[in-house]
Design a protein around this ligand. Sequence first.
Ligand code: GLA
Length: 388
Amino acid sequence: MNKEELLQAFGAVFGEGGDIVTVFSPGRVNMIGEHTDYNGGHVFPCALTIGTYFAARKRDDRVFRFFSGNFEKQGIVERTLDALEYDEEKGFTNYLMGMVWSYAKRDMIVNEGMDVYLWGNIPNGSGLSSSASIEVGMGKVLNEMYGFDVPNREIALIGQYSENNYNGVNCGIMDQFAVAMGKADNAIFLDTATLEYEYAPLALDGMKIVIASSNKKRRLGESKYNERRAECEEALAELQTVVDIKSLGELTNEAFEQYKDAIKSEIRQKRARHAVYENQRTVEAVRLLKEGEVEAFGKLMNDSHVSLRDDYEVTGIELDTLAEEAWKIDGCVGSRMTGAGFGGCTVSIVKDEAVDRFIKEVGEAYLKKIGYAADFYVVSIGEGTHVI
Ligand code: GLA
């Protein structure tokens, strides 16, 4: 969708004229470093060129009117500044009003509403962070509309705050940070303990990033996610009785092996082992990538999946099938689940000449084993949330 089409779509719903703010906010894919962001570890995500488009115009009353081009049948959904709290019945608008509420918590108070049109091309429920895309995009719209001067890095933190405290999902910082801070052709090597980050070119000459969506409905996702977080927190508390650390991300693999007996359940040991090893794997993977060792990077992606499957237990038969079938394809450099898990997507690095075969063979094997089709997307790495 280009700017003209966006303005047209806005005009068709809300009428032409006035000053209209337009924003694009991407989705994200994480290359490696999964379930490390709430354990003080490293992540390595990138922003995609697919995402959410916003067009917005200020109103002179206290009403917000939202229209999603993806849910046309819902029509215009109205909210008001006089009832800012979460409203289950108002669906996706909670991601938008959550940002208004979260800005207000930081004394950035809005006194006039707006009309907002949004449309996104992130596949629905795919685990490519459509919610973070919407949150950070709305932050940018608020900035432009009301003259707030919040840098993108800060919008990411407000987005996470909103997701945690307004929408009730206890997520880490990775998604909002990747969406806000993305840079074309680069992934972001982020230390979630300090929020220090650096860009690393994903120089994939002769290769593509292929996302495979399992199309599995993510039912238990959120409760299982919060359960894993709690298991890690308990394991950390047990470790802290024998070693002085603030997060699992501070441990090397060797130190973990030395102290792990302090963790009194086998399950929690597995969860913590994943968090520690995955963090070290991410650091190593980025080092290898910088040296141009893409094949070695790919092997660590595969190891990451195995650890998420066996130790962290967040994959499931759908994601396992996608990854394991991918590993069989000559020309697939690496493949793993990405995001929270329990459904969602895998991300794979595939040599150009193998992409068609990859999609065909993994797709057929998936359909045969799971009974419904996966969807495949060859994606590009784009810029973080910005005005268009
Ligand atoms: C979800 C969360 C992120 C992160 C990933 C797992 O995407 O929103 O904060 O924890 O899961 O790596």
